[in-house]
Ligand binder design. Structure first.
Ligand code: NAP
Length: 252
């Protein structure tokens, strides 16, 4: 019996926010498709559990590295330590993100800073550290997790919307800078996906949201993970600077 070639065989992929939700699902899918995954988030125990799942499913043993995406020094350390073991980094998924919702006029400096520093600056810090490696390799794929909220805005989420719109502009700018080095940079803009982040929403809000989705259902983490797999795989080798919306038709 000959083995079927997997879509990420031999590739090394860093995934941030891999401890739960969308990031965990991306890690599982990439692991299943043959990638060597480097998993990061703050909670070490949750990362170890995801790594165990990947191994149990027959995947390559992941490297786990617990860090806060706001910590530039730790990010450089992660890149150095990973390179010692893997020698290259083919894929970076910037997925870690938080919300601190509240009406704009009453928004505290802390809530603004926490969301912008985690979502936007964290993405910048990881991209800067990893793109140096990818430029040397003359190859790499960076996938940034934006949101439909970064395209259309949302009352009560000014900080989150600004961070996600920032990620889209950052994605396009870096795609322009790094295209000639064969480093491709794209974003995914999920709509409403069933994770802990959206479980916090009340039933009334969920009903209103469902009305705005032509598909009539919330998305699943696997819907987003499949888009990430496409952008990470060789099937998307001439695609850069794009935003793929995964939202059941909410934003057209
Ligand atoms: P989630 O379930 O809350 O998971 C967030 C992940 O980010 C966790 O792994 C968390 O791990 C990590 N994280 C948060 N802050 C961090 C920090 N400072 N440093 C390192 N890691 C950190 O969220 P999700 O729903 O899966 O969302 C994943 C991404 O998709 C986010 O960027 C989110 O904005 C985006 N998104 C989600 C939806 C949705 O409907 N769910 C829609 C559009 C976009 P630790 O807590 O262990 O650090």
């Amino acid at each position: 019996m000959h083995s079927v070639k997997k879509r990420l065989d031999g590739k090394v992929a860093i995934i941030t926010g891999a401890s739960r939700g969308i990031g965990r699902e991306i890690a599982l899918v990439f692991g299943r498709e043959g990638a060597k995954t480097i998993l990061t988030a703050r909670s070490a125990d949750a990362l170890a559990a995801v790594a165990q799942e990947i191994k149990a499913a027959g995947g390559v043993e992941p490297i786990c590295f617990s860090l806060d995406v706001k910590d530039a020094v730790k990010i450089e350390e992660l890149v150095d330590k990973s390179l010692d073991k893997t020698e290259r980094i083919d894929i970076l998924v910037n997925n870690a993100g938080v919300t601190r919702d509240g009406l704009f006029v009453r928004m505290s400096d802390e809530d603004w800073d926490e969301v912008l520093d985690t979502n936007l600056k964290g993405t910048f810090l990881f991209m800067r550290a990893v793109s140096k490696v990818m430029m040397r390799q003359r190859a790499g794929k960076i996938i940034n997790m934006a949101s439909v909220i970064g395209l259309i805005g949302n009352a009560g989420q000014a900080n989150y919307a600004a961070s996600k719109a920032g990620i889209i502009a950052l994605t396009k700018s870096v795609a322009k800078e790094l295209g000639s080095r064969n480093v491709l940079v794209n974003a995914i803009a999920p709509g409403f996906i069933e994770t802990e982040m959206t479980q916090a929403l009340g039933e009334d809000i969920k009903k209103t949201i469902l009305k705005s989705i032509p598909a009539g259902v919330l998305g699943k983490p696997s819907d987003v993970a499949q888009a990430a797999l496409f952008l990470a795989s060789d099937e998307s080798n001439f695609i850069t600077g794009q935003v793929i919306t995964v939202d059941g038709g909410m934003v057209m």
